[in-house]
Design a protein around this ligand. Structure first.
Ligand code: ADP
Length: 623
């Protein structure tokens, strides 16, 4: 464009000048010719004029050519520049399109991530209004994601809003993130169930750097927290179980050790030696039973316990169970009521295992009922099932513990109150054994002090019981009249000869009768007069009547434990000279401190060592 203008400005005056220069001399020559100038002069003039014109023309033409060339060059450059610009523009457009595509892909990726992340995500503004929320958090809240948008926490989660208010305010005001905050509460997803979340809050800023919202990351940890709590509880129960196991194994060891000492000292085949042997055999059997129970638990857990099932009558199984439980009932002077149908109530069962279950229930009833209690065992047909119930009027079970008494190692109360012995595996084992028979075992109790009832339900073998047993069992059982579980206890040998005023008198209280009896035999070999009782209340009565110098008192006893007995003895000034010695399977320093605090003068851990016993007698009961 610039070159075009220039060529036009140069060419136009040049042509004009050429025309003027040509026309003027021609006119002058024309005029001179007319005025009669010589032809030579005219010819010379014309020649000069022609030369000038030619020169002018040449100049004009050469300038024009130059201008043209310049214009052409300018055009070429312009074209090249345009092409380069166009190329740049095209490259920029391509790059832009590429970036746009990349950012779209990334956005889509983030959207998918946000929507499908297995963790709750949301963005809340200052009013606790949801600006964004992912599916996982919507699921946690139990409200569709779309229903959150534009609504506030006050509207949808009023129970959680105040906590969220505090946290969001703190993050927005400080501009600092808040991580690992534990939040607890309910959502419409699971009304009535407290959930636990760990949440992280991060401030979100606009282009001016102002905090305008809060990004929330929410992880539901309810199950982990519950699992950790259950693990801690299982660990605690395991520790408690190990302590209980040690205690329970020590208990039979006491009469075993005393028995050995007696056998060493008493003449062979003497009455004392024979009694000691009997007791040792009994205690050994108890230890074997404990270990068998432990093995059974493990066998059931590993699926290795096999039932030897056959058609049996419930009545026969109950008889076998009562035979093994009777010594316990006798020892605690419980009264037993047994009511079974007159006709055989047939079931398909392993009689040994089922007797083990029933005996366990009756033993528990005996253990957890204060002496002189009432225990009832009923069997009856109910529809196509056989029901066996064991009811006692003992200490009962608190409602909160009812669902847990069948858990392995569970015992109601803590170890210092393990007055009744046992490992906390009996009921768990019993329920599993009944389940292997296709039946159920349930517990019910109106609460502490209200007694308990355990019911075994088993499928009946069809067509065995007479029809009058099949309706609902009402009136079908023939109750055996209430009988004392045992004949009145014979008075201890030492009762026969009232102690003289100089006699060294020792009272022994132990609910493990064999343990008490062997200790008494050992002491009598030392020339001491003894009396033995099996529970706390009897001990208090005997203390008043017998007025012992020394009182060996077991700690774990039903009804009134050794600590309570000691407190009552110490509160009574008439017993202030009696030396109180705790004899217990629990032997830790804490147990000894507890004994001392209750008023005991000394503590012996079972099994009692004969030498320690003799040393104690030398100190407290010199000849
Ligand atoms: P343990 O060896 O402690 O007797 P079990 O598994 O047989 O273990 O019983 C578990 C717990 O259930 C007992 O420690 C006791 O607290 C409670 N229990 C069982 N039977 C009775 C009952 N008849 N009356 C009251 N409590 C009972």
């Amino acid at each position: 464009m610039h070159h075009d203008t220039r060529s036009r400005t140069v060419t136009a005056p040049a042509l004009l000048l050429t025309l003027v220069c040509t026309a003027a001399p021609l006119a002058m020559v024309w005029g001179a010719g007319g005025r009669g100038l010589s032809p030579h002069l005219v010819a010379a003039l014309v020649g000069v004029i022609c030369l000038v014109v030619a020169l002018l023309l040449w100049r004009v033409l050469s300038q024009t050519a130059q201008l043209r060339a310049e214009v052409k060059e300018a055009h070429r450059q312009l074209g090249a520049e345009r092409a380069a610009r166009l190329q740049d523009q095209e490259a920029a457009a391509l790059r832009y399109a590429e970036l746009e595509r990349q950012s779209q892909d990334e956005r889509a990726e983030l959207e998918v991530l946000y929507a499908t992340a297995p963790i709750g995500l949301c963005v809340l503004d200052r009013d606790l209004r949801w600006l964004r929320i992912n599916g996982h958090l919507a699921e946690i809240n139990g409200i569709p994601a779309s229903a959150h948008l534009g609504r506030t926490a006050y509207e949808l989660l009023p129970g959680l809003a105040p906590q969220a208010r505090r946290i969001v305010d703190q993050v927005m005001d400080s501009g600092l993130p808040l991580h690992g905050v534990e939040v607890r509460g309910e959502t419409p997803a699971r009304p009535g169930h407290e959930r636990i979340w760990i949440e992280h809050f991060n401030p979100l800023r606009n282009s001016q750097g102002e905090v305008v919202a809060v990004n929330v990351v929410c992880q539901d940890v309810t199950e982990q927290v519950q699992a950790a709590t259950a693990l801690r509880e299982a660990d605690r129960r395991k520790d408690e179980f190990l302590a209980t196991l040690a205690h329970e194994l020590r208990n039979p060891l006491a009469p075993l050790r005393s028995g050995l000492d007696i056998l060493q000292r008493a003449p062979a085949h003497s009455e004392v030696a024979l009694r000691a042997q009997e007791m040792m055999a009994r205690q050994l059997a108890y230890m074997v039973r404990l270990i068998d129970d432990l093995l059974d638990v493990s066998r059931i857990r590993t699926g290795k316990l096999e039932l030897r099932r056959r058609r049996v009558a419930v009545q026969d199984v109950i008889d076998a169970a009562m035979e093994s439980s009777r010594p316990r009932l006798d020892a605690a002077h419980h009264r037993l009521t047994l009511a079974v149908p007159t006709e055989p109530l047939a079931i398909d069962a392993d009689p040994v295992r089922l007797a083990q279950v029933l005996s366990n229930l009756v033993n528990n009833a005996a253990k957890y009922t204060p002496p002189g209690g009432r225990i009832e065992v009923y069997a009856r047909a109910v529809g196509d099932q056989a029901h066996i119930t064991v009811t006692d009027n003992g200490m009962g079970i608190p409602a909160s513990m009812l669902p847990h008494v069948f858990d392995l190692f569970t015992q109601v109360g803590h170890h210092a109150e393990h007055a009744q012995g046992g490992l906390g595996i009996g009921l768990s084992l019993a329920r599993k054994l009944v389940a292997l028979h296709g039946g159920t075992l349930e517990a019910c109790s109106a609460g502490p002090g209200q007694g308990s009832t355990f019911t075994v339900t088993l499928p009946r073998q069809p067509g065995v019981s007479p029809s009058h047993l099949e309706a609902d069992g009402a009136g079908t059982a023939t109750p055996v009249p209430e009988i004392p579980a045992t004949a009145p206890r014979p008075a201890p040998e030492s009762d026969a000869v009232p102690p003289g005023p100089s006699a060294r008198r020792v009272l022994i209280a132990d609910d493990n009768l064999d343990a008490g009896a062997t200790l008494a035999m050992l002491l009598e070999l030392e020339g001491v007069t003894t009396r033995t009782v099996g529970n706390g209340p009897d001990a208090l009565l005997e203390l008043a009547a017998f007025r012992p110098h020394l009182f060996f008192c077991d700690i774990g006893m039903p009804g009134l434990d050794g600590h309570e007995v000691a407190r009552q003895v110490r509160a009574d000034p008439s017993h202030q000279r009696t030396v109180l010695i705790a004899v217990s399977g629990w032997g830790s320093d804490t147990d000894k401190r507890h004994a001392e605090a209750a008023g005991f003068d000394g503590h012996l851990t079972k099994p009692v060592d004969a030498q320690a016993l003799r040393a104690l007698l030398r100190v407290h009961l010199p000849d």
